[in-house]
Design a binder for this molecule. Structure first.
Ligand SMILES: Nc1ncnc2c1ncn2[C@@H]1O[C@H](COP(=O)(O)OP(=O)(O)OP(=O)(O)O)[C@@H](O)[C@H]1O
Ligand SMILES: [Mg+2]
Length: 465
């Protein structure tokens, strides 16, 4: 304010002072408003503010991104038209306090966007003035779950100990498969490193930073296989969690799913799996919406799957779809040069683990081990070495009744009578160990059930029904 000082009214200074004060306040207000705005838009969750009539009054950039909408699309829209499974009326009336982590679908045009939603009513002087809704896309939660739940592959090709030429070729093939992104089928006896290989393939592929989800198809009860693999919607069956549940395929999105013992998959599930492999889409149990996923499948089995196809236990089309890359692991008895190497490796690891001096290994010790049949392959060898490591008191590895725990080498099988005897013994043992459960016994013997019954009859073996 300017002018002649003598002509000014005495109140002028007061006017100037209060004008300055209000300018200052206005500045502060706009600065904090800007700060609020910037904060609102930098939050990594979607955020929507509604008024007490449930109309959208504010929405942040993240929410617009996730829902693929513009500000004009949503301003003043009733939130109830977007989300139907949350009772906003009850929340606004104060009948319900707040809700956390509800899985909801945002219905946008013809799309459904799955999100985990929190809603907290805003009250001023006991009067509801609206609500803050925050949400995250479910697929991000899945990524987080994978990270936290340890859906990670720890082994790499460097962990595969071998000097064998065929093994090295197998690793070469596995590396090529890893880069190809095709489905892989790994066949081989128990303990030959199928899981080790599957993890190594994942870690060698471009999916290495994404989840590796392992599922043992044999250990899931038959009636739960589908929901375990593909998830379920709320209320899909009695006992289902209220909010529904993501399946292993969804959790593996972007990464690899390892279907261990895939030969045990029931036939009806095999056809569902085939469909998923064909189009990459899953439908949750009790759901209607298809979801596009990007998952690479690695299957493993200790059966010879082609034989199971001939026996009609495994679908032919699924077999071919899966075994685009077919890798066969090699039994330990066919690569004896690896035994010494593995004994050294396991002993060293045990010494490090126990913090003791590395135990020495006699040549005799290794030679003796080479005579065994190694039905349980590397896993069995590791167990034997571990036991001997703890039982040897001196600083040298001493064998402890190895002969009693393992079958003799193949050469004893030359005699026809011996094979028969061994077969009969094996069947008897399997039936006793399975308590007469013939399905389990057949699994243990790695033969079909009908073959088992035929042999039981042939050898006149007694069994419970
Ligand atoms: N070549 C190898 N070098 C080092 N360790 C190995 C090797 N092969 C197997 N192992 C080890 O042997 C154990 C069994 O391997 P893995 O679980 O991968 O076998 P598998 O073929 O999946 O067996 P199963 O059919 O019984 O599930 C693991 O502890 C693994 O680390
Ligand atoms: Mg395994």
């Amino acid at each position: 304010m300017s002018g002649n000082y003598y002509d000014a009214h005495s109140h002028t200074l007061g006017i100037v002072t209060s004008a300055a004060e209000s300018i200052q306040k206005q500045f502060a207000l706009s600065r904090s408003y800007n700060l609020l705005n910037v904060t609102f838009n930098s939050i990594s969750d979607g955020m929507i503010v509604i008024d007490s009539d449930s109309n959208i009054k504010r929405i942040n950039g993240r929410a617009l991104d996730v829902l693929n909408l513009t500000l004009d699309d949503v301003m003043n829209l009733d939130i109830k038209s977007l989300i139907t499974n949350i009772d906003f009326k009850a929340l606004l009336k104060g009948d319900k306090k707040e809700i956390y982590n509800i899985e909801s679908d945002f219905k946008i045009k013809n799309d459904k966007i799955k999100c985990i939603v929190n809603a907290v009513p805003m009250n001023v002087n006991n009067k509801n003035i609206g609500m803050v809704i925050t949400f995250k896309e479910t697929k991000h939660i899945h990524k987080l779950v994978s990270k936290l739940a340890g859906f990670k592959a720890s082994y790499t090709f460097d962990d595969i100990i071998t000097e064998n030429k065929n093994m090295k070729n197998m690793i070469l093939l596995a590396k090529k498969s890893a880069k190809s992104d095709c489905n892989v089928l790994i066949e081989g006896e128990s303990g030959t490193g199928k899981e080790l290989l599957a993890q190594s393939i994942h870690n060698y592929s471009d999916r290495r930073n994404k989840p590796f989800v392992a599922v043992n198809c044999a250990s899931i009860p038959r009636e739960l296989v589908e929901s375990e693999l593909f998830g379920y919607e709320k209320g899909a069956f009695t006992g289902a969690a209220k909010e529904g549940h993501a399946g292993k395929f969804e959790l593996a999105d972007g990464g690899t799913i390892f279907l261990d013992e895939i030969g045990e998959l029931p036939l009806d599930m095999q056809s569902k799996l085939l469909r998923v492999l064909d189009n990459g889409k899953i439908i949750r149990v009790g759901g209607t919406f298809e979801k596009q996923l990007d998952v690479r499948v690695i299957g493993a089995t200790n059966r010879i799957l082609k034989k199971e196809v001939n026996r009609k236990n495994f679908r032919n089309d699924l077999y071919y779809r899966l075994s685009v890359m077919n890798i066969k692991t090699i039994p330990l008895r066919q690569r004896k040069e690896d035994i010494g190497l593995l004994v050294n490796y396991f002993t060293k690891n045990l010494s490090i683990k126990k913090g003791t001096e590395v135990k020495k290994i006699n040549k005799d010790y290794v030679e003796k081990l080479k005579d065994n049949y190694w039905e349980g392959n590397v896993r069995e060898l590791r167990n034997v070495v571990e036991r001997d490591f703890y039982l040897s008191e001196k600083n040298i590895l001493v064998s402890y009744e190895v002969e009693n725990t393992c079958k003799k080498e193949e050469k004893t099988f030359e005699n026809v009578v011996a094979i028969k005897t061994l077969e009969k013994e094996a069947i008897e043992k399997a039936i006793i160990q399975s308590n007469g459960n013939m399905v389990q016994a057949a699994n243990l013997l790695q033969i079909g059930r009908s073959t088992l019954y035929r042999k039981v009859k042939k050898y006149n073996i007694a069994y419970k029904i």
